[in-house]
Design a protein around this ligand. Structure first.
Ligand SMILES: C[S@@+](CC[C@H](N)C(=O)[O-])C[C@H]1O[C@@H](n2cnc3c(N)ncnc32)[C@H](O)[C@@H]1O
Length: 253
């Protein structure tokens, strides 16, 4: 980052840095890992810190933040479960956000991206790959502990049920953080994206205190960032934004 540029940490997120630019926000995370870049992103230094550009076009989480998502976000020292880590583009940034005292259990079911995730984890010590199917959450109970947050980006027709099943088993209650990159195109073509969002919000109601969902178009077509705090809630607080701005069925034994 250019010396003298006015980068600042975003409120409540000590390892997420932003710089106002003409087109909006330039986001950077403070790296836990070592070069080379994970997906061609820019690296820079700011004093003692090593920062990596967090690109909205490559990550729905980054897109959500530049479109107005404020909280919850992964915070230093936390443990997160990441469902659908692929080759680690966004997972590496989540690992940066939780920092060296936190950890990210990065779940991926497809062996091809998983082999790249494994290679990445050699350079990101707090990124812990797990080869597993997120539809079978009890299958990895020996590998994944209770977590402070879940981030999901699986692009599947049953993504809400899949996330909920993992939250029931692994997410700290009350107060765990839930973030879902909702791909409405995977939910069927019979409903418009906004109607799919409303249905997903209703499905989470009673389990999650939802924050206003953020629409990611046009950066990621027909996607929304949906989430909030696990452990009771209503749909009444939810409305979609496009700019900045009950009981647990089963516990882990
Ligand atoms: C949209 S890509 C994820 C991109 C990634 N989150 C990122 O931003 O870097 C979706 C990934 O979810 C994985 N996936 C889909 N269903 C899954 C399941 N049931 N269990 C685990 N991973 C799954 C796919 O193999 C794919 O790699």
């Amino acid at each position: 980052m250019r010396a003298g540029a006015r980068a600042h940490p975003l409120p409540g997120t000590a390892r997420l840095w932003a710089k106002e630019v003409d087109r909006g926000l330039d986001l950077w995370t403070e790296s836990v890992g070592a070069l080379p870049p994970v997906y061609g992103e820019r690296w820079s230094t700011l004093g003692e810190r090593t920062l990596r550009q967090f690109e909205p076009a490559r990550s729905k989480l980054a897109a959500g933040i530049v479109r107005g998502w404020e909280r919850p976000l992964p915070a230093p020292g936390e443990r997160w479960l990441y469902l659908g880590a692929a080759t680690g583009t966004t997972a590496s940034h989540v690992a940066d956000l939780v920092g060296p005292t936190g950890s990210v259990y990065a779940l991926e079911r497809s062996p091809r991206p998983f082999s790249r995730l494994l290679a990445l984890a050699r350079r990101w010590p707090n990124l812990l790959p797990v080869l597993a199917d997120a539809r079978e959450p009890s299958e990895y109970a020996d590998l994944v502990p209770e977590v402070d947050g879940i981030y999901a980006d699986v692009a599947q027709p049953d993504q809400v049920a899949l996330v909920t099943a993992n939250a029931e088993l692994y997410l700290r209650e009350p107060g765990g953080s839930l973030l879902v990159a909702l791909k409405t195109a995977s939910l069927g073509r019979e409903l418009a994206p906004g109607a799919h969002l409303a249905r997903a919000e209703r499905q989470f109601a009673g389990r999650v205190w939802l924050e206003p969902s953020v629409r990611l178009d046009p950066i990621h077509r027909a996607h929304y960032l949906v989430g909030g705090v696990w452990g009771g809630g209503t749909t009444e607080r939810t409305t979609v934004t496009t700019r900045r701005g009950p009981s647990r069925a089963r516990r882990r034994r």
